[in-house]
Design a protein around this ligand. Sequence first.
Ligand code: PHE
Length: 339
Amino acid sequence: MIDKIKSHIEEAKAFHTDSKEKLEEFRIKYLGSKGLLRELFADMRNVPNEMRKDFGLIVNQLKNTAEDKVAAIQEQLESKEVVKGIYGDVTRPGEPINIGSRHPISIVKNQIIDIFSNVGFNVSEGPEIEDDWHNFTALNLPEYHPARDMQDTFFIQTNPDILLRTHTSSVQVRYMENNQPPIRTISPGRVFRNEDISSRSHCIFHQVEGLYIDKDVSFADLKQTLLYFTKEMFGKSKIRLRPSYFPFTEPSAEVDIYWGLNNEIDYRITKGTGWLEIMGCGMVDPNVLKNCNINPDEYTGFAFGMGIERIAMLLYQIGDIRMFYENDVRFLEQFKSSI
Ligand code: PHE
């Protein structure tokens, strides 16, 4: 008899199933109200006294084995069911959230805005689709002026009066039309030029232009402002101004910073000179002030303009301007740690 019970114990221990029904059959067979254990406990009466203790122990062992087995398989089956549920396993840790990064153009634009905000410039914006007056004529570039060819223009359909702005100087015209001096404003924004796309130039890029108009503003103020900017932006304090030409400023200049010749890259980007051109500038032409209803006998001012891509390429040593527009995450992810 005892041997038989022992073989039941082995049988119960070895039992395994994936099915609820089979488990229920197993439970009924051992633990049910007409099950094996009921029978064995009932038989206890007939067991001779001296064997009763051993018999009781072994029957209890069978009971515990069967109960543990049922509980263990039940738990397994339930956990499988949760996984199959519509929410999956809600106790699993969440997927990591992929946080994006600012675009390098935005990072550099914000830096430039911060630097000029610190010395009292506000930010002004205007439309990307402009009329001829704000993009050209008011800026001392009347129709048929040869300097219009300096900036190849996209026109909107066949209307020569409506175009995509070629610079954000158009925003400065709008600002002067609506505000009297003192004016201290910078105009960041996207501009468009009908140029071939290459590693160095694109038909869409970004600019920040600045404008300062007040009584007695001189070229010395312009130089000092540019020096402050280059120190803050690049940590470089040597600049030079080369005479240049823009229709809306007189005199005009190109600004170079002394980048240095410390390594091979410096030689390459400065073409061995150590100098880098970063922007154009000049004293606002009196005609421009007049066009915008500001009295040139009372007020003078300076303006400057720079390309954001060019500066970002310098700061981050990016060799191809097209990378800014491809939005390849492997490129963009590299700017995660920047502000
Ligand atoms: N508007 C000029 C450009 O797009 C830059 C500039 C701005 C030059 C202001 C002088 C003064 O190239």
